[in-house]
Design a binder for this molecule. Structure first.
Ligand code: CTP
Length: 411
């Protein structure tokens, strides 16, 4: 075992190498050799088709571990292969990944040792597909890959070049060094939130007055989107409920777009059962027009327009009251008595943590790329953060959440 520059993250890590049936299997042998050389412990799982190309003995000899090929055979120590390996893995690398295995995993099918392990594991999965160009370009294969990405997996795109079938195109298994470097990169990202499902709300809500007008606010959604992006990086599964914003969905996040507080509440409640952590970063409208005019309101004959507003549901308050074992984080955007108001919201909404910001300070709040926040937790700890980029603020919030959830091992 030795440290290879740039690959230090592999040292002491357990990688499960899922090998599917394709001509690139011989390159997976080299991937395994490089992973071990960089200090990782590697366990191979081979599909039946993979064994038609290379025998398990090759991987067994290199890894010094039996290769897992039979779902119904116990491991030498009596363990159930797909469960033991799924739990032990710091990362599962599927290389080469075939269209068949990608399809099975995207469909949640578990009918062979590798697909069963993929359904069982909570570890990050890196897919290194290799196939004929037509198979690669098939929209169903692409759709399946996007689905896997939305659920937190990472896909290493194949190279373009001369394929085994004699065709020129995309589908070539990348150089083993590239696959190993990507594995190291993913393992290098800390896994503070692995196993958690984080539900984030972001952006403003728009409350309709008539078909062309609404009551809204200046929220850009940047803080919530930064939280979603960083939570994925920390290994969480992320569900994002977004009000109307012009931001792209962060990679690996499942997003639903909503317009009003009513729709946002519905979307949050639809996903709440899946979530172990809820972070309400959205600037939800507290009031909406009591009646939405079915036609555009005309100005003729009236010098002033009086809108009657009614309260919207307090989504965070509702989540806090029925939180169960969930960890709930709220935001408090204040223009006066910052700490006092934040403390009151923390208590009244049954929160574990509140992120308070004084929106009157330059560099804080709506629209800005930076934020100045103070974290107040249920135990009375107050932490004032300096002016930071919203991505960094998101990291600090999530680190605190993770620390309060219990000490988890850093990758
Ligand atoms: N929030 C919510 N639903 C609402 C209003 C707010 O879920 N209808 C959430 C926000 O996402 C934020 C927190 O509650 O996380 C605080 O919102 P804020 O509007 O500052 O607090 P309020 O409790 O509404 O109090 P006030 O408007 O009086 O400051």
């Amino acid at each position: 075992m030795m440290d290879v520059p740039g690959l230090q993250a592999l040292r002491g890590k357990t990688v499960v190498l899922g090998v599917c049936g394709g001509i690139a299997v011989y390159k997976a042998v080299e991937v395994m050799r490089l992973l071990i050389h960089a200090g990782a412990e590697v366990f191979a799982v081979m599909t039946e088709s993979a064994q038609r190309f290379v025998t398990p003995l090759t991987f067994e000899t290199l890894s010094k571990h039996p290769v897992y090929t039979d779902m119904f055979e116990l491991l030498p120590d009596g363990g159930i292969g797909h469960i033991a390996l799924a739990e032990r893995a710091d990362l599962v690398l599927v290389a080469p990944a075939t269209a068949n295995m990608i399809g099975k995993a995207a469909g949640g099918i578990a009918d062979d040792p590798l697909s069963t392990l993929l359904v069982t594991t909570k570890a990050r999965v890196l897919w290194a597909p290799a196939m004929n160009v037509n198979m690669w370009e098939n929209p169903l294969v692409q759709e399946n890959l996007r689905k896997l990405e939305r659920h937190g997996a990472c896909v290493l795109e194949p190279d373009t070049g001369m394929l085994a079938c004699g065709r020129e195109g995309k589908g070539k298994f990348p150089a083993p060094e590239k696959v190993v470097a990507k594995t190291a990169e993913l393992l290098g990202e800390s896994a503070l939130l692995r196993g958690e499902t984080v539900l984030v709300s972001a952006g403003p809500t728009w409350e309709r007055i008539d078909p062309v007008r609404f009551v809204g606010n200046f929220s850009s959604g940047k803080m919530g989107y930064a939280l979603a992006r960083q939570a994925v990086k920390l290994g969480a599964k992320v569900l994002l409920v977004s009000g109307p914003v012009a931001l792209e969905a962060p990679e690996g996040v499942r997003r639903v777009m909503v317009e009003s507080a009513f729709e946002m509440r519905q979307a949050v409640l639809d996903w709440i059962d899946e979530a172990s952590i809820v972070i309400m970063a959205a600037a939800v409208a507290d009031y909406r027009p009591a009646r939405v005019a079915p036609q555009k309101i005309k100005k003729e004959g009236s010098e002033a327009l009086v809108l009657e507003l009614e309260r919207t549901a307090d989504i965070l308050g509702e989540v806090g009251t029925r939180k169960g074992s969930r960890f709930v984080v709220g935001f408090a955007a204040e223009s006066e008595n910052l700490l006092e108001n934040a403390r009151r919201k923390l208590r009244e909404k049954h929160l574990d943590l509140i992120v308070a910001n004084d929106i009157t300070q330059p560099g804080a709040g709506f629209g800005s790329t930076t934020n100045i926040v103070t974290l107040l937790d249920r135990d009375g700890t107050v932490e004032e953060l300096p002016c930071l980029d919203k991505e960094e603020v998101a990291c600090r919030i999530l680190e605190r959440v993770s620390a309060m959830r219990g000490t988890r091992e850093l990758c």
